[in-house]
Design a protein around this ligand. Sequence first.
Ligand SMILES: NC(=O)c1ccc[n+]([C@@H]2O[C@H](COP(=O)([O-])OP(=O)(O)OC[C@H]3O[C@@H](n4cnc5c(N)ncnc54)[C@H](O)[C@@H]3O)[C@@H](O)[C@H]2O)c1
Length: 321
Amino acid sequence: MDTILVTGAAGQIGSELIPALRAKYGASLVIASDIRMPAPTTSVEGPFEHLDCTKADQVQEVVRRHGVRTIYHLAAILSATAEDRPQAAWILNMGGLYHVLEVARQYRCSVFFPSSIGAFGPTTPRDRTPQDTAQRPTTMYGVTKVSGELLCDYYAHRFGVDVRGVRFPGLISYAAPPGGGTTDYAVEIFYQAIRYRHYTCFLRGDTALDMMYMPDALRAIMELMEADSTRLKHRNAFNLGALNFTSEGLAAEIRKHIPDFVIEYEVDPIRQAIADSWPRSVDDSAARAEWGWSPAYDVAAMTRDMLQKLGTKLKPALAKG
Ligand SMILES: NC(=O)c1ccc[n+]([C@@H]2O[C@H](COP(=O)([O-])OP(=O)(O)OC[C@H]3O[C@@H](n4cnc5c(N)ncnc54)[C@H](O)[C@@H]3O)[C@@H](O)[C@H]2O)c1
C-alpha cells in the first residue's frame, strides 16, 4: 500500500481527516505532519513528522523517506489571520503549495489541495456562483487561493500531476477549534450557546454564507480522491455547497434546543468586509455531475449533532466550573 502524507494535520480539518484516513487505509500508512503537535484527544495513534512546508528540503525529505504517494496539503494561513499577516500568508500558502507540487512532480505523488469560497471576490456573481466565473478576490487569502488553483491546474496539465481539490465553504466541527477564518462564528456560537446561552457575533445577522459540516467535508475529500479520473473535467477547485444560513437563522435553529439562547452583534469591520466580498451561495453542479457530490447534513441535523457532541465534550469542564 502507498503511504499518505497530511500537512497541517493539527488543524481543524486535519484533526478529523487523520483518524478518518487511518481508519480507512491503516494507521501506519498515514503520516500526520505539522509545525505543532496534534492534540492527543483528536488523533488516532500513528506516525507524526515535524514538517514546515515553507522549507522545500523538509517536504522532500519526508516524502522520500516514507515513500509517500499521496499528499493532502492542508497547511495554510486562513482568511482573517491572512489579512493580519499578509506577507506570512503568501510565504506559507503559495510557497508551501509550490514545494508540495514540486515534490509531487518529482516523486509522482497525487495531491489534494483545498481552495475556498474566499477565491471569489466582489465582482463574482454572488448568488449560485458558477463553477467557472470571475475570480478577483480582494483579500490576501483569496489571492493565494486563486493562484493556488491555477498552479495546481498548471502542474496537472504541464507535468501530469494528479492534483485534485475543492472550494470549501466555512467548515463547522466540534473536534478542533477553527484556525482564524471569517466563518469561525458558526463554530464559536455552539461553544458559547452551551457554556453561557449567549453569543456576541462578529458578522451581521443577515449575512448569508455557504457552510458545511465536517463529516460531509471529510467525505468530499475522500470521494474526490477516489473518483474515476476519466469523469473529472475540472479535477481541481470544485465548488461545494451544503448548508446556507445567516447567523440569525443559525441562532433560531439553536433556540429549538436551547430556548433561552441570546445572540447579540458587535460587527468586526474587517471580517464583515471579507464576508461581503464572498458568494452568498455557490452552484456545485459540476461536483455533483463529475464525481457524485451530495451533502448528507442539513442545518437541523448539523445543529442537533453539534450540540450533542459538543455538550458531551464540554461536560467535564462545565461540571468543574
Ligand atoms: N476550515 C475552513 O473553514 C476552511 C474553508 C475553506 C478552505 N479551508 C482550507 O483547508 C485547509 C486546512 O484548513 P484548516 O481549517 O484545517 O486550517 P487550520 O488553521 O485549522 O490548520 C492549519 C494548520 O497548518 C499548520 N501550519 C502553519 N504553518 C505551517 C507550516 N509552515 N508548515 C506546516 N504546517 C503549518 C498549523 O499549525 C495548523 O495546524 C487550508 O488550506 C484552508 O485554507 C478551510
